[in-house]
Structures are given as structure tokens and as C-alpha cells.
Design a protein around this ligand. Structure first.
Ligand SMILES: [Zn+2]
Length: 552
């Protein structure tokens, strides 16, 4: 669906509407002339800073952010935009949507430039701290990958405890800056007439707070019983493994920095030790009709000093320059992460290039996370294990059954963790001066069922990078999970008679075609809830997620 087909929308009210549309088009042209090169420059600076961690690259990124903010914070331009939007005489839906999205982009920046600059400086300083931080454990300086490896593989409780605590050291470094940043963000929100930054962010992302909280309450109820059952089993296994009593289990026994991923228990076959993760990704994505060789060539995929230890996908210019940042090792974790990041990449890559620039992006954070999650799940299915790893029928079936249990455990565990993030972040902006360390562990105990470490009053929450670099974002992962299940079931229906639990779309280009038509091509033409209906025929519902992961 090209924009061209829609660019001559019907005119109501005669020339008034036509002139409004002409004015809107002229506004967008002027905006793009200024903003588009700045957006590209910012994306390139962002990329560079995350690859090197160098102070000067972070300074360049900061300058680029300030330059773009300067355009978006201009009061006169905003007044013009607001009147274009409020007059409501735009009948061309593409134009109307573009103005709507621009309005939101400008609205969030209508505060004094000094305030924006302060925020940018603060968050860059903290992001850099995260990138260059290495945990000091004994004589060793450990990367996040090193810590993960210890937590996954060590049978020594004290080694795990030291590694876990070492990794939390970044929280102590970051905490004062994080709190200051939260207050600055709240100042911005207050000036714009919002309760706090949490409320502002939801508004700018077209999400309703009441509906969000109701959804999370529903998910809490849905996931609690199966999660508690799963966790009780897990606790017995982990207590045996470490030779401790059940009530002596602490967060470092769970193999992950935040218990956001499922521990690997039992003897597990090493499926990836000698495998070429990139080749597997390349073949898989080519097989579903969404080749990504060009993305891999532009990407930065291996560990380096100073480089961000996480994984991201970025669309530099909305013209096809899409890249992934990763720190690959031949493990299940990185197999999964690469499939996920490339899910983001194909979404960006196969947007309709005929859409106007303003709409040539993903519909919403939750839809791109959803697609990435949907494609990140495929390596948990027997069909995929057979095709991509060359396992024989029997081993693939065995590994598939095991992987399916794992995926269920992962989803339930991740869902409980999302509850912690949602409620913590909302409370953080509600009152940044409260006892946050205590609040954090209260929520962890309530939703994740972990026991807090004894006699610890460290700002452990501040070791979660998202609070700084992707604020009020986390609930979108959970909603992305729902979207992933919902689209997966719609696709299974489309492919006809396939059991969704078995389906991994291997060598099914129709799957890629479905995603293109239903999800990618519309870009940001629709709001997220309209897109969910467009793609699956119904609004976002936890029903399919429940079918996938709640029932045993
Ligand atoms: Zn993602």
C-alpha cells in the first residue's frame, strides 16, 4: 500500500481543507529539511559511541542529540504544528497521521533547551558508565558475558555471589545520576502539564495508563499460579545443585543478573558449541523470504573493550542502512538474541519504502519487540532444530520437547520480571526520594518470588540500563510478547492447519510475505492498536499468550 494511492484524499468542505492539506505538506517538508539529516547524524553518532565507548564519541552523540532537540523544541514551529493538527481539516489519512506523530515528537520537547541539554548530558554520562564498566572480582575485571558465564556454569555459590555482586557495582556508580535524571525528566513532564514523566511517556507513546495497569493485573493473575509451580521445582533443583537449604537461595543462584531469564537446569546438550550462528541466521531468514545478508555485513557483532555489552538493532536512515550491535558467542543465549535482533532488522528493512519518511518506521515499540520476540522463539521448536542444526529426527524431537519447556519457563519468568520493572518504574517517577532499594526488593519478592540478599542496602535497581537509556519502555516487551503470540497464531491459521506449538516457518517464504503484508508494510500509518487489528483481526489480547505459555 503505497502512500501514492492515498495522497489525493477526498476533500471535504472545499478549498478550506485543500489549503489545510497544502499547509500541512509544506510544514512537513520544512521539518524534514531540518530534522532528517540531524536524525541520521544522531543515529550514526549513537552507533559509533556504542561501538567504542570513547568519551569523545559520546560527546559527539550528545551534540547530535542537542542539535535535533533544538529543532523539536522550537516554540514557534510547535505552535504552527499544533494549529495544523487542532484545526482537524486533514482528510488524507497519511497526512493526518504524519502530523499527529510530529505533534507528539515536538510536544515532548516543549521545554527550555537548557533543561533538555542537561538531561541529554546526564543520560550520556550514565550510558557511558554502563558501557565501560567491568566488574572487579578478586584480581579479575569481568565483562557482562564473563559474569553470565560464571552464573550459568559455576557450581560454587560463593563464586556466583561474588560475580553477581560485582556486576551490581555499576548500580552504585550510576545511582546519584539516575535519580537526578529522573527528577529532570519529571520537571519536563510537570512543565508540560503531566503528573510525572511516566504519565508523559505513556501519552507520547499513545498508551493509556489505566488500560496498561489493568492488563498487567490480568497478566499477574494469569501467570502467578503456573509461575509459582515452576519456581518451586526450580528452587528444589537449585538448592540441590548448590547444596543449600531452600530458604538459603538468593538471587545469584538463579544464573541471571535479574532472574529475567530461565536458569538452565539438568544436563543439557550443548547445541551451539561448534555452530556458526551467523550462517544459521542467514539461512533461516533467507528461507522465510526475508534475507538479511546486507544487515549482517553492516553490523558489529563481536566483543570489544568499551563496546556496549548488550544487543541492539538500529535503522540509521530509513533508506535501508540497518545494523545490529551484538557480542556474539556460540551459545543458546546469543543464538536467541541474534534471531531477535534480526527480527527487528527485517521489520525495518521491509517497511514500505514508498511511505513518506515520517511514517516509514515501525508502528510502535511493542510491535517491533513483538516481531523480534516471535522470530526469537523459533529456535525452541523441533522443526527449526532439525533444519538449522542438522539434528536427526529423534534428537530434534527430544531437544524440541526440552526447548519447549524452556520457552514456557522463560516466558513465565520474563513476564514476572516485567511486572517488577513496570511497577518499579512507575513508583520511581512517582516519588524518586523514597527508599528505592527497599521498594525494588519488595517488588522482586512479590512478583519474582526471590529472597532479597541479607543486610544489603545497595541501589541494585540502578544496575538495570533500561531505567536510563530506555525509560518507560519495559511494559512494551510484555505487550510485545502478547503481540508475538497473537501474530504467530494468526500466521498459523493463514498457513492452514499447522499446530502453532510446532510452527517455526522454516523454508516458508509465505510466512515472511504474511509479515510483510500484515505488519511491516503499513509502517507507522496506523496507531499500535489499529495495527494489531489490521494484522490479526482483533485487538491485543493475552489469550494467545496464555494458550502458548500458561497452560502446561
Ligand atoms: Zn528487542
Amino acid at each position: 500500500m503505497g502512500a501514492g494511492a492515498l495522497s489525493c484524499g477526498k476533500r471535504e468542505g472545499g478549498s478550506g481543507s485543500a489549503s489545510a492539506e497544502a499547509a500541512a505538506r509544506a510544514f512537513i517538508d520544512r521539518h524534514l529539511e531540518r530534522a532528517r539529516p540531524l536524525e541520521k547524524a544522531l543515529n550514526l553518532a549513537w552507533w559509533q559511541a556504542n561501538i567504542t565507548g570513547r568519551a569523545e564519541d559520546f560527546q559527539a552523540k550528545e551534540r547530535a542529540e542537542n542539535a535535533l532537540n533544538k529543532v523539536l523544541s522550537d516554540g514557534q514551529t510547535f505552535a504552527e504544528l499544533k494549529s495544523l493538527r487542532d484545526r482537524g481539516r486533514l482528510s488524507d489519512p497519511v497526512l493526518k497521521r504524519s502530523i499527529e506523530l510530529l505533534h507528539l515528537a515536538y510536544l515532548g520537547k516543549q521545554v527550555p533547551p537548557e533543561l533538555l541539554e542537561k538531561m541529554v548530558a546526564k543520560s550520556n554520562a550514565v550510558e557511558r558508565t554502563f558501557n565501560v564498566y567491568r566488574a572487579e572480582v578478586g584480581q579479575r575485571r569481568l565483562s557482562e558475558n564473563d559474569i553470565r558465564k560464571i552464573l550459568r556454569e559455576s557450581g560454587s555459590a560463593s563464586e556466583c555471589e561474588q560475580a553477581w555482586k560485582g556486576s551490581k557495582g555499576v548500580g552504585r556508580q550510576v545511582d546519584p545520576d539516575l535519580k537526578e535524571l529522573v527528577k529532570l525528566r519529571n520537571q519536563v513532564a510537570g512543565r508540560l502539564g503531566f503528573r510525572d514523566y511516566y504519565a508523559l511517556s505513556l501519552f507520547l507513546n499513545e498508551q493509556d495508563e489505566g488500560a496498561l495497569l489493568a492488563l498487567f493485573a490480568q497478566l499477574d493473575e494469569l501467570t502467578r499460579p503456573p509461575f509459582l509451580e515452576l519456581k518451586a521445582q526450580l528452587d528444589r533443583t537449585l538448592a540441590r545443585r548448590f547444596g543449600v537449604a531452600l530458604d538459603q537461595l538468593r538471587p545469584w543462584h538463579y544464573q541471571d543478573l535479574f532472574f529475567q531469564e530461565a536458569p538452565r537446569v539438568g544436563v543439557r546438550q550443548d547445541l551451539y558449541g561448534k555452530k556458526d550462528i551467523l550462517r544459521i541466521c542467514r539461512d533461516y531468514y533467507a528461507g522465510i523470504g526475508l534475507p538479511i545478508q546486507d544487515v549482517l555485513e553492516r553490523s558489529d557483532l563481536h566483543e570489544k573493550d568499551g563496546k556496549s555489552p548488550h544487543a541492539f538493532c538500529i535503522d540509521i536512515d530509513r533508506e535501508g542502512d540497518i545494523r545490529v550491535l551484538a557480542n556474539l558467542r556460540p551459545t543458546d543465549y546469543w543464538m536467541n538474541t541474534m534471531l531477535h535482533e534480526l527480527g527487528h532488522a527485517v521489520y525495518s528493512k521491509y517497511l514500505d519504502r514508498q511511505l513518506p519518511y515520517q511514517l516509514r518506521s515501525e508502528a510502535h515499540i511493542l510491535t517491533t519487540e513483538g516481531v523480534a520476540m516471535m522470530l526469537g522463539r523459533v529456535n525452541k521448536r523441533a522443526e527449526w532444530l532439525r533444519a538449522s542444526l542438522g539434528l536427526d529426527q529423534r534428537r530434534a524431537a527430544q531437544a524440541g520437547a526440552e526447548a519447549r519447556r524452556e520457552l514456557r519457563a522463560e516466558s513465565l519468568i520474563f513476564s514476572r520480571w516485567c511486572q517488577v520493572m513496570l511497577h518499579f518504574e512507575r513508583a520511581l517517577y512517582g516519588n524518586p526520594d523514597q527508599d528505592l532499594a527497599r521498594l525494588w526488593w519488595d517488588l522482586v519478592e512479590k512478583y519474582q518470588g526471590l529472597r532479597r540478599p541479607d543486610n544489603r542496602s545497595e541501589p541494585d535497581y540502578a544496575s538495570k540500563v533500561h531505567l536510563v537509556s530506555a525509560p518507560v519502555y519495559y511494559h512494551n516487551y510484555m505487550m510485545g510478547e502478547l503481540f508475538a503470540s497473537q501474530v504467530h497464531h494468526a500466521l498459523a491459521r493463514h498457513l492452514g492447519g499447522t499446530d502453532p506449538a510446532e510452527l517455526s516457518y522454516v523454508k516458508r517464504p509465505e510466512a515472511g510475505e504474511f509479515l510483510k503484508q500484515k505488519v511491516f508494510l503499513p509502517g507507522a500509518r496506523f496507531s499500535w492498536n489499529e495495527l494489531v487489528k489490521h494484522a490479526t483481526g482483533e485487538p491485543l489480547t493475552p489469550g494467545y499468550y496464555a494458550q502458548d505459555f500458561v497452560k502446561d
